[in-house]
Design a protein around this ligand. Structure first.
Ligand code: FE2
Ligand code: FE2
Length: 383
């Protein structure tokens, strides 16, 4: 019998978890879903406690006799190590697998008691969108473990994505109906509601709010791919266009001065500075990196931080945009953020030149600076 352990925090169970559970059940005789115990002392711990996550998972997979939800780790409490769970579920007559996402492949050698795991399990790697399996990582993992690659790709889903979806009233895009209802009744995952619920005060248009939602989704992905704080990326993305429809008069009523810096930018770019000022003045946002990311999202800048690049790029490649060449830029950006940003800067300059629009000097500077930097870095690598 082939059995697979599908572990995770499942806080909460998402549509991506549901999809993966069902796909595993098509390929294994038994899929054992094991929600992890999460310590209440852990920073950024679970919103749902163990029994709630277990209950929701049971409802989700109810009626599929090839899927079992195990309370093994939740009942044990404390830190649950996979080798302990695997030992308990191990049976010498069966083949035991542990399913992991492709983003976990690189750190497989850091798991506790690799010696025990290597003897009793095979890792079953499910590729996640944009997290391609890298041959070097696979080769390294195979030095220690048996590793198989699943013949299907997983779906994108995370609690960060859910928190953003909840703020836009779109939780059904991320979690199954039973979870939508549960978290709504309990008023959970409302972390970013304080920003989105105030959009009307700043005359936000519905279509613009949709663009912000899509930009935030792209920003979460780029943040994860580039080790940037998802919380900061979400905040910067949610604020990025908040200045778009705020007049000079209204701004001054809010106590925000119309500076020379604002005046000197092309009109279509001014909202990057007014937006940063609104985030600071009206929402109390004080994180300098978040504010800088809002303040450079249309023009770019020299020496951008990773967060600034994430927001600059996410705004440009969000899934709702569609024009010639964008698919290529999108792919490039998810693959290598710097190269993506350079391509976006070049494209922006070419577009503005062709349509006779004003180009902010800082955009040309950013493009030259980043291109030069890239050449230098490449030169160093050659030596
Ligand atoms: Fe913008
Ligand atoms: Fe935007």
């Amino acid at each position: 019998m082939r059995r697979v352990i599908f572990g995770g925090s499942f806080d909460p169970p998402t549509l991506a978890h549901l999809d993966m559970g069902l796909k595993l059940a098509e390929r294994f005789d038994q899929t054992i879903v094991v929600p992890a115990y999460i310590s209440p002392f852990k920073k950024g711990g679970a919103e749902l406690d163990g029994s709630e996550r277990e209950l929701l998972l049971k409802k989700l997979f109810d009626g599929n006799d090839k899927i079992t939800v195990s309370d093994e780790e939740i009942a044990a409490g404390g830190t649950s190590y996979s080798y302990m769970t695997a030992q308990k579920l191990y049976n010498p007559d069966d083949e035991l697998y542990i399913a992991i996402g492709s983003d976990g492949l690189a750190s497989l050698d850091k798991w506790a008691r690799t010696d025990i795991l290597a003897k009793i399990v095979t890792f079953y790697v499910v590729e996640r969108p944009y997290f391609k399996v890298k041959q070097a990582e696979l080769d390294n993992a195979r030095k220690i473990f048996k590793v198989e690659i699943a013949p299907f790709v997983g779906k994108e889903g995370s609690s960060s994505l859910l928190r953003v979806a909840v703020a836009f009233g779109k939780s059904a895009e991320v979690v199954p109906p039973v979870v939508v209802e549960y978290i709504r009744n309990r008023g959970l995952y409302l972390d970013y509601d304080y920003i989105v619920s105030r959009y009307p005060e700043f005359d936000m248009k519905k279509s613009r709010a949709e663009h912000i939602y899509r930009t935030t989704k792209a920003a979460i992905l780029l943040a994860k791919l580039n080790n940037v704080s998802t919380d900061k990326a979400i905040k910067a993305a949610l604020y990025h266009d908040i200045g778009k429809y705020v007049s000079r008069e209204k701004l001054e009523n809010l106590g925000i001065a119309w500076t020379n810096e604002i005046e000197e930018l092309p009109e279509s770019c001014r909202h990057q500075l007014t937006g940063a000022a609104i985030a600071n003045k009206c929402f109390g946002e004080t994180d300098s990196d978040v504010l800088a990311a809002i303040a450079t999202h249309t023009t770019g800048a020299k020496n951008m931080s990773a967060l600034q690049k994430v927001i600059f790029a996410a705004d440009y490649i969000e899934e709702g945009r569609d024009f010639d060449g964008l698919d290529k830029i999108r792919e490039l950006t998810y693959d290598n953020l710097d190269e993506g940003v350079i391509a976006i800067l070049k494209n922006t300059i070419a577009y503005l030149e062709a349509s006779g629009q004003e180009i902010a000097p800082v955009t040309r500077e950013a493009c030259e600076y980043m291109t030069l930097n890239k050449e230098n870095t490449n030169g160093n690598n050659d030596r």
